[in-house]
Design a protein around this ligand. Structure first.
Ligand code: NAG
Length: 350
């Protein structure tokens, strides 16, 4: 009994010490852990995120869709990320098309009003003409920006016998810029701003519009008030990830042009997939950049994977979008169609 009692007493003491030690260790560990990493769980995504100044918040896809090929215009084929039944718009984007057009098909004369249009060519060429006298032919890695403003007519037709492949993007104009005088800007491939994603110098970043870090492309949407707008075309070479911090107030669209990408959270994005990232709603806090980190998966037959990324601050304004017209008020659409029918947007020079 004594022996047992003693033994028992010792056990209690040992357990007590262990419990105490445990509590102490646990408390200390928790405190150090928190101090060190500031770990918390993001309610929306369930992902572990890390506090400010330690590690970045990663961008989490809000929605994903595969862009299947559809017919458009006069015999053109497009893969559409924005302007579909499921994603009618992604403020300020009204349309995002990956096009594939073989001559003699194309986009014959048609009007536009209340928006800006961007074309970025990847293969072949496109000839543009508009009722303000703008005309040019853009070739692979050339781009053009058309501010339709108060209305114009334009046509875009493939130049050579080769199919024209590229991107057509419609950006809503802020209310204050709806009626600006139309204008046209073209950037030849030779003037395209390019850089590398990292010091490894493998992953190639083409800055078509706006900025990537300290690199500024030749085209900008800032003059019309579409803030923080960038369009990048990136070839990701496996092992040399593309990493970019996107402002919290921006929406972003990622389109996989070729190959397969994987982000820092382990999400895999396949060829022709559209991935939509949402801006933080104004007023939610903290307003912090969120990191997009993309590497390429090695796929037989592909040396790299390629994507196009559009980033812009949403306008958060009402928009009535009807075909090539983007108005602030519903009644404007009928008035604008009337103006077009009366020939007020001019004519194309033959
Ligand atoms: C990516 O691959 C394509 C062809 O598959 C090639 O034309 C391009 O130069 C490559 N880009 C880089 C950065 O290696």
């Amino acid at each position: 009994m004594r022996g047992t009692g003693l033994h028992c007493g010792m056990s209690v003491a040992v357990v007590a010490i262990l419990v105490l030690a445990c509590v102490t260790v646990h408390e200390n560990a928790a405190t150090e852990f928190e101090k060190d990493l500031l770990v918390e769980v993001d309610d929306a995504s369930g992902y572990l995120i890390f506090g400010e100044g330690r590690a970045p918040l990663f961008l989490v896809p809000a929605q994903r869709a595969t862009a299947n090929e559809q017919r458009e215009g006069d015999g053109a084929r497009v893969r559409r990320c924005v302007g579909t039944q499921t994603v009618r718009a992604m403020d300020p984007l009204l349309l995002f098309d990956h096009y594939h057009v073989s001559p003699p098909h194309g986009f014959p004369p048609h009007p536009h009003r209340g928006q800006s249009l961007l074309s970025y060519q990847i293969r072949g060429s496109f000839k543009h003409r508009d009722s303000y006298g703008g005309h040019a032919e853009i070739f692979a890695h050339g781009a053009q920006k058309i501010v339709a403003g108060k209305g114009l007519i334009h046509s875009e037709m493939p130049g050579a016998s080769e199919p024209a492949v590229g991107f057509q993007i419609w950006v809503n104009l802020p209310m204050t810029s709806k009626d600006v005088e139309p204008y046209y800007q073209v950037v030849d491939a030779a003037d395209l701003v390019t850089t590398f994603a990292s010091s490894a110098h493998h992953t190639l970043v083409r800055v078509v519009v706006g900025k990537f870090n300290e690199h500024t492309g030749r085209l900008s949407f800032e003059p019309e008030g579409n803030r923080h707008t960038s369009l990048l075309h990136v070839d990701v070479v496996p092992g040399d990830a593309f990493v970019w911090d996107i402002p919290a107030q921006c929406n972003a669209l990622l389109y996989v042009y070729r190959g397969t990408l994987v982000d820092a959270l382990g999400n895999t994005f396949s060829e022709h997939e559209c991935i939509y990232f949402e801006a933080q709603t104004s007023g939610s806090e903290p307003q912090q950049t969120r990191r997009l980190s993309l590497d390429a998966l090695e796929v037989p037959g592909h040396l790299n994977s390629s994507f196009v990324l559009f980033v812009s601050e949403p306008l958060r304004e009402p928009v009535f979008h009807y075909g090539p017209f983007a108005a602030s008020y519903r009644h404007e659409i009928n008035a604008w169609i009337g103006a077009y029918q009366r020939g007020e947007y001019g004519v194309l020079a033959k």
